[in-house]
Design a protein around this ligand. Structure first.
Ligand code: GLC
Ligand code: CA
Length: 526
């Protein structure tokens, strides 16, 4: 299938703006900082810049609690800074996509202030207000993803409101037509300014059961599970009404030309692919988090690739991702050697790859001392490893104090390894992970077989994952050793295009080839 749209051909790069580049030395990254690093992204070879929320926010959930959808938070800059950034992005032939957080606002958003002011207010119905149950407690058993009941009592108007996340993040009511229009106007506001699309936050949570029925107990939950995982989210997630809404979002975007609707969706494959919508009128790319969730074994990965490919509706374009601002960094999850194998996997699979900032230099999770914890997910349910600060630490640019990220005190600590693991240092090393990323990206960009080509023969042989990418011009065999021992592979003979060790390009082999521990190879067979 020929990839024609830019979001099918390109590579997405996620920037977590607080941690990318600070320019005014308050220790928090900003828009002017992203601007100064655009040429780095061009040189890396990525195409689409996805920037996490930059809107005015009390920062209870670091920007995912928005108090004004159409402004820029002073910590990140101004609307003028934004326009300048967008202009610079477009001048470099890059694309810019923004965060759209439509499930909830901040409790400081004027909409919510109005809504909670009285039961008669015209925006009362823009949020999910319910009476107490008969015993005076919450209306039902729905939980917050950040722990505890999802319901918060409002003493003034004597009702509860629902929040899927913090109580400072009240959920909106998508059944209300004027809320819906107001939200679509937000999309238009940014599309009119020239953005290329949106990453939609928690797309699968936007609708809740109209009857507010109780969720059943999660049979897989146990005493030691975090409270937020003890029920099955049957009635407050992945409701059937969602697909109509996603299609209407898509049509707002489509009226601006080729735009990207990227949905954050944590669901099993069969439910996930429904978000492409009827006749592909839903999300352009429902995020595929399978590589984040599956065991790091050749057989497990081969299986999810096959299942995912088989489940895709006709014409649907795949996508793959190794990490994001909510997930442990790949290098910590699988180790530094396997992170290189993961890079080769990500950049040779069929479908749009997304790179999380710092992955390309092998950044690792950073241990956060208890007194420096910032993330409410950790503060509210400590000790379960739910905190996301470790994967949100500042980008390591160079070996100067504070890694070239700031001259002030960074909002989260730097990784101890930053004096060596940084962009400047790794750029000079011919076998570094950064050099590997650059090489793989260049190879992908210059070979249609790796973009539009067929994906075939996905198999696991012991620890080795193998597959083929080809078009009428080129044929690549990809061999990935997911294990820590040497593996012998019998092949017809051919030529090594890239090894993750970066030391045997153009190596010719006859019949057999051995893969060193954690080695990945792209080969041309004879
Ligand atoms: C999404 C975001 C996460 C945020 C949550 C609530 O999962 O990726 O960072 O905390 O939504 O908005
Ligand atoms: Ca700053």
């Amino acid at each position: 299938m020929q990839a024609t749209a830019w979001w099918q051909r390109g590579i997405i790069y996620e920037v977590y703006p607080r941690s990318f580049q600070d320019t005014n030395n308050d220790g928090i990254g900003d828009l002017a900082g992203i601007l100064t690093r655009l040429d780095y992204l061009v040189e890396l070879g990525v195409d689409v810049l996805w920037v996490a929320p930059i809107y005015p926010s009390p920062m209870e959930d670091f920007g995912y609690d928005i108090s004004d959808y159409c402004g820029i938070d002073g910590r990140f800059g101004t609307l003028a800074d934004f326009d300048e950034l967008l202009k610079a992005v477009l001048e470099r032939d890059l694309k810019l996509i923004l965060a759209f957080v439509p499930n909830h606002t901040s409790n400081k958003h004027p909409w919510f202030l109005e809504s909670r002011s009285s039961r008669e207010n015209s925006k009362r119905d823009w949020y999910l207000w319910r009476d107490a149950s008969e015993d005076g407690g919450p209306p039902n058993n729905w939980l917050s993803n950040f722990g505890g009941s999802g319901w918060e009592w409002d003493a003034t108007t004597k009702q509860y409101y629902y929040h899927s996340f913090l109580k400072q993040q009240p959920d909106v009511n998508w059944r209300n037509p004027s809320l819906r229009e107001a939200m679509f106007d937000v999309l238009r506001f940014w599309l009119d300014r020239g953005v290329d699309g949106f990453r939609v936050d928690v797309m699968w949570l936007l609708f809740k059961d109209e009857q507010f029925r109780n969720n059943p107990i999660n049979p897989a939950g146990h005493e030691n599970s975090p409270a937020s995982q003890r029920l099955l989210p049957i009635f407050n997630a992945d409701r059937p009404e969602i697909h109509g809404l996603v299609a209407s979002m898509r049509s707002v975007l489509d009226s601006y030309g080729e735009r990207l609707l990227l949905g954050e969706i944590y669901l099993p494959i069969n439910q996930l692919v429904l978000y492409y919508g009827k006749d592909l009128t839903g999300a352009s790319l429902p995020f595929n988090f399978q590589l984040i969730q599956c065991a790091w074994r050749a057989d497990a990965i081969a299986q999810i690739i096959r299942e995912y490919e088989a489940a895709l509706p006709p014409g649907a374009w795949p996508n793959w991702v190794l990490g994001n601002h909510d997930q442990a960094r790949i290098s910590s999850r699988v180790g530094a050697e396997q992170a290189r194998v993961a890079a080769m996997l990500l950049l040779t699979l069929r479908g749009t790859p997304t790179i999380y900032y710092g992955e390309e230099i092998g950044m690792r999770n950073v241990m956060i001392p208890p007194q420096e914890v910032q993330d409410p997910a950790e503060k509210n349910q400590p000790g379960f490893g739910l905190g996301r600060d470790p994967e949100r630490t500042p980008m390591s640019w160079d070996s100067s104090r504070s890694a070239g990220f700031t001259e002030g005190k960074p909002w989260l600590p730097l990784g101890e390894d930053y004096p060596t693991r940084n962009v400047v240092n790794l750029s000079c090393q011919r076998d570094s992970i950064l050099t590997l990323y650059r090489k793989l990206i260049r190879l992908r960009r210059s070979n249609e077989a790796l973009i539009s080509g067929r994906l075939k023969g996905v198999v696991a042989n012991g620890n080795v994952l193998r597959y083929e990418r080809s078009d009428d011009v080129k044929h690549f065999t990809i061999l990935l050793n997911l294990g820590h021992e040497q593996e012998e592979i019998s092949l017809e003979g051919g030529r090594v295009v890239v090894s993750t060790y970066l030391d045997r390009e153009d190596y010719l082999f006859e019949r057999n080839i051995s893969l060193r521990p954690s080695e990945g190879l792209i080969v041309n067979l004879r």
